[in-house]
Write a new protein. Structure first.
Ligand code: FES
Ligand code: FES
Length: 149
């Protein structure tokens, strides 16, 4: 089937299988920041935005994106780079494999919750796993980026 989507502000028409998942479809079309770890909604690596809200694209059928706005980290470069610099300065990035999905979730948090508490941050990021860092550096970086104590 054909779907019409807007990806990072640009319209696109894609041919997709009925059972194709959005993560794979995005990768097929060159959005290689979209990574996969579990394919079962458990790790957060595949996080993108659909109409401005974060979704786990490994378990969203591609046809569900028909007529909608998809945002990947390629479409949020200035904000992503600003936060990534803070992450690196806090020593919160090691292999970096989790970073695109993690950053997409942090940028969504910034839009959705003003002045979040540490508990709010932990709750919001609960679906984004990192096998390397132990999360303390990430928490410091998020607080610095959001300007919260
Ligand atoms: S690959 Fe989608 S949540 Fe893990
Ligand atoms: S930095 Fe390696 S998985 Fe997060």
């Amino acid at each position: 089937m054909q779907i019409e989507v807007t990806v990072n502000g640009k319209p696109a028409v894609w041919e997709v299988d009925n059972d194709a998942m959005l993560a794979e479809t995005l990768r097929t079309h060159g959005f290689l920041s979209v990574r996969k770890g579990c394919d079962t909604s458990c790790c957060g690596l595949c996080t993108v935005w659909l109409d401005g809200k974060p979704v786990l694209s490994c378990t969203v059928l591609s046809f569900r994106a028909q007529g909608r706005q998809i945002t990947t980290i390629e479409g949020l470069q200035p904000q992503a780079e600003e936060f990534a610099r803070i992450l690196a300065a806090e020593g919160a990035e090691q292999c970096g494999y989790c970073s695109p999905g993690f950053i997409m979730t942090v940028l969504a948090l910034k839009q959705e919750i003003s002045n979040p508490s540490e508990a709010d941050i932990i709750h919001y990021l609960t679906g984004n796993l990192c096998r390397c860092t132990g999360y303390l550096g990430q928490m410091r970086a998020i607080k610095k980026y959001l300007g919260v104590a």
